[in-house]
Design a binder for this molecule. Structure first.
Ligand code: IPE
Ligand code: IPE
Ligand code: MG
Length: 256
């Protein structure tokens, strides 16, 4: 029985096995532009079009949380012009896209060291969060100035402070308490991605969701983010559906 299942060629998405939380490291914007003799920022601009497409595809598919890695705590190392262009993107993007998000019942969230973002960037993001706060469908979660080591460091700091203030007993520190201090805490049971995709052929995590990906399925796609489309995304979801998740147990054991 196991064998027949393994050899079965699946070409359609199984609606009963949609990953609840998909996280994407959107990579390859710069290389996409370079291939076309364009400045790197042209790749970031085109990448925003992919964000729109994949958001709608994911929402129609029934995905509950789509987390997109948009800017890392290490990306400040890039040339000033590139950083300021990236920081200007949310303004124009959300103005046009929010009505479509509302139409699709998608709510925007952001996680990261947002206090370090330029004022206008933060204002644009917060506005989109507010405008979509009544939407009850998919959560579109942007990781913006996000870094997992910083996230874990802050969680440790908060827990240590609570212990020093005798609000908690250190013997009570457990995995749930740590998860509750991470930036994904607001996602509750959906905090851990089922599927993590990185585009552009790079096979590394680059400081993304280090705690939360303990049992995620990884797919590394060769496609550069601006070229990534609904069809490619659907194929990767089908690939995910062919995986056997065990969570340390045996075949067919469920997560919860
Ligand atoms: C991803 O594309 C976007 C960000 C990191 C902001 P890159 O800009 O990293 O593109 P490559 O990796 O240089 O091609
Ligand atoms: C990871 O991509 C960060 C984002 C996609 C936002 P990078 O392009 O910054 O990662 P490295 O430098 O190749 O590891
Ligand atoms: Mg890159």
């Amino acid at each position: 029985m196991l064998n027949s299942k393994k050899t079965k060629k699946v070409t359609q998405i199984d609606p009963d096995n949609i990953p609840s939380h998909v996280a994407i490291i959107m990579d390859g914007n710069g290389r996409w532009a370079k291939k076309r003799y364009l400045p790197r920022i042209a790749g970031h601009k085109q990448g925003m079009e992919t964000v729109k497409t994949i958001t709608k595809t994911a929402s129609h598919m029934g995905i509950k949380v789509l987390t997109l890695y948009a800017f890392s705590t290490e990306n400040w190392k890039r040339p000033k012009d590139e950083v300021s262009y990236i920081m200007s993107l949310p303004g124009a993007f959300f103005d046009k896209f929010v009505p479509e998000l509302i139409e699709n019942n998608v709510s925007v969230r952001v996680m990261g060291m947002t206090e370090q973002l330029p004022k206008q960037t933060l204002a644009a993001v917060n506005k989109a969060v507010e405008q979509t706060s009544h939407c009850t469908g998919m959560i579109l979660n942007f990781a913006l100035n996000y870094g997992a080591r910083m996230e874990i460091t802050n969680a440790v700091k908060e827990i240590a402070l609570a212990a020093a203030n005798h609000e908690i007993d250190p013997v009570d520190i457990d995995e749930n308490m740590i998860a509750d201090h991470l930036m994904t805490a607001f996602l509750g049971d959906l905090a851990d991605p089922d599927l993590l995709i990185r585009t552009s052929g790079e096979e590394r995590i680059s400081n993304f969701l280090l705690w939360q990906i303990a049992y995620s399925e990884f797919i590394f796609s060769e496609t550069l983010w601006p070229d990534f489309d609904a069809d490619t995304f659907e194929k990767l979801v089908i690939e995910y559906q062919g995986r056997h998740r065990r969570f340390g147990g045996l075949e067919k054991e469920s997560k919860k």
